[in-house]
Write a protein that binds this ligand. Structure first.
Ligand SMILES: Cc1cc2nc3c(=O)[nH]c(=O)nc-3n(C[C@H](O)[C@H](O)[C@H](O)COP(=O)(O)O)c2cc1C
Length: 180
């Protein structure tokens, strides 16, 4: 199926990507992402970071509260300060904590869900993030072990032609970031 949103003007005329192509391209791209713990001195183009934060700011949020704020740290003194503080708490943490308890299931699943929503959007599909509470009823309906803690429902489909969109505003990207 052709996705008009993904139409691109090429040198010899328009090129059309199918929704399945878009989903596979996104998957291929995302499967190359790794956490890096050694960085070079090459400067980062701050416009790329601003664009990424602007994209993050398009995320769905409960009651459209957009409860995020991103601080971009370029100042070396502040970076040194943060590094020192982070190393201090990490040293104390590893000395005293039961590591098995600290696997960040909610944070990790939220990041995965963000990537899931992005892929579905690039595929031309529509989604609703739905969070009925308490959501434990899913365990019995889906016969999931009690160790699974459902977080949210992601409803996936094609929007009806007359689908109603509430007239909400999203914060401007400059409202959700500050450069230090
Ligand atoms: C919520 C969360 C917290 C993390 N905390 C740390 C951390 O404190 N230190 C670290 O070196 N990596 C941290 N990571 C990175 C994970 O170790 C890493 O994502 C995981 O091992 C998978 O590797 P990958 O990112 O290269 O795919 C964290 C990742 C997530 C999602």
């Amino acid at each position: 199926m052709e996705n008009q949103l993904n139409k691109k003007e090429g040198i010899s005329g328009p090129v059309f990507y199918t929704c399945a192509d878009a989903a596979m391209q996104f998957y291929n791209k995302m499967s190359t992402r790794r956490s890096i713990r050694d960085f070079s001195d090459q400067p980062v183009d701050i416009d790329l970071v601003k664009a990424a934060i602007a994209a993050a700011g398009t995320s769905p949020s409960g009651a459209n509260k957009q409860p995020w704020f991103f601080s971009i740290i370029t100042d070396q003194t502040i970076k040194d300060c943060i590094r020192k503080a982070a190393e201090n708490v990490e040293n104390a943490f590893y000395a005293t904590s039961n590591l098995k308890k600290w696997i960040y299931p909610v944070e990790s699943t939220c990041i995965a869900t963000g990537i899931l929503l992005t892929s579905l959007h690039l595929s031309g599909l529509n989604t609703l993030t739905h969070t009925p509470r308490p959501i434990g009823f899913l365990n019995s309906i889906l016969n999931l072990d009690k160790t699974f803690k459902p977080l949210m429902l992601v409803v996936v489909g094609h929007a009806a032609e007359n689908a109603w969109l509430p007239p909400i505003q999203k914060k401007h990207s400059t409202e959700i970031m500050k450069i230090y």
